[in-house]
Ligand binder design. Structure first.
Ligand code: ZN
Length: 95
């Protein structure tokens, strides 16, 4: 089952965990006895668990899914692992 991570929980997902989620997504997408709407919700929730790189604009760093501003351009907030609007896991990258 998909693990739930509390807001502000200061831990980064391992590559192995990401692999497991990708595997679970493939399973669900290929399973024909799941209602399509339930499949979409499950896949969407699991994808949000996988960190996505921030979208960098000229002056801000934003959530690449919903566009919410996460930080100014020079700042990294590693304690903020999730977008507060959509719940997407954030990868701040290394700069
Ligand atoms: Zn977002």
């Amino acid at each position: 089952m998909v693990q739930t991570l509390g807001e502000g929980e200061g831990r980064v997902m391992t590559a192995q965990e990401i692999d497991r989620i990708e595997c679970a997504i493939r399973h669900i997408q290929s399973s024909l006895d799941v209602d399509p709407w339930a499949r979409d919700i499950a896949v969407d929730a699991m994808k949000k668990q996988m960190p996505k790189k921030v979208r960098i604009t000229t002056s801000t760093k934003r959530c690449s899914v919903c566009g919410r501003q996460l930080s100014g351009i020079g700042n990294i907030h590693p304690e903020r692992n999730y977008c507060q609007r959509c719940g997407q896991a954030i990868d701040w990258g290394s700069e």
